[in-house]
Ligand binder design. Sequence first.
Ligand code: FPP
Length: 272
Amino acid sequence: MNLISKPKNPEELSGSTGIPSDAVPVHVGIIMDGNGRWAKKRLMPRIFGHKRGADSVREVVTAAAQAGVKVLTLFAFSEENWGRPESEVSGLMGLFDTYLLREQAALKKQNIRLRTMGDLNRLPAQTGKLLTDACVNLSSCTGMILNLAVSYGARSEIVGAARQIAQMIREGVIDPGHVNDDLFSRCLQSDGLPDLDLLIRTSGELRLSNFMLWQASYAELYFTDVLWPDFGGKHFRQALTEYCARERRFGLVADLSMGQQASTDRAGETSC
Ligand code: FPP
């Protein structure tokens, strides 16, 4: 695996997105923020912003799949969001239902698989069932994975992993000395998915807000002032282009990156 990736020269970029396929981030996460402010600016109720936000979801999912992203994780509803007014929460649940009912055929056509992270037991029965049914229905798709983080919080996820590991130790399945990054990752809800390469947050806020704290350890962070309902395929591709211009060092030094890059290029592995 390539540890250090150097920025691509813009002149080397090609293809419909302008980004070579080996430079596209494998896993992109998005904190979709700004729906409420978008609606407020138009003197509309917050749910109006969420509805327009669902249109952005449709557009960005397609843009990500077309760009060759392998996993797209969308922060759709946080654990903390349960504390919002009941009308907003139920409006959002209704939106998820509508999205799942309306978009499944289009997702299947694009060969997109669906999975989830978060505590689905807290969702209204209908929303939970629609989500699990959609995951089953799209399970044979082999293209991009759309991972919806719903009722999700990174700290709870990490605590859950710690509990599982403590239980394994108590049952004598493993020794404390066997606990490492790899085992810990496998006990997270993102088990089987690669770490985040790129984390996008819209609306000008500069926070992680309890989103994939473990998996974002070496993610490139991309913040934009654009509010989520205004964020579309064009903005997504801009984020990919900026990602490609970054030098990812993973705690190593730039000099080493050249040697690493040369050997990686020889091996034909993924690089950016
Ligand atoms: C944050 O903006 C957004 C949310 C809490 C909800 C995200 C939901 C959607 C984009 C709707 C559709 C999603 C799917 C997956 C179909 P905010 O309301 O906190 O905005 P604000 O900071 O401006 O108030």
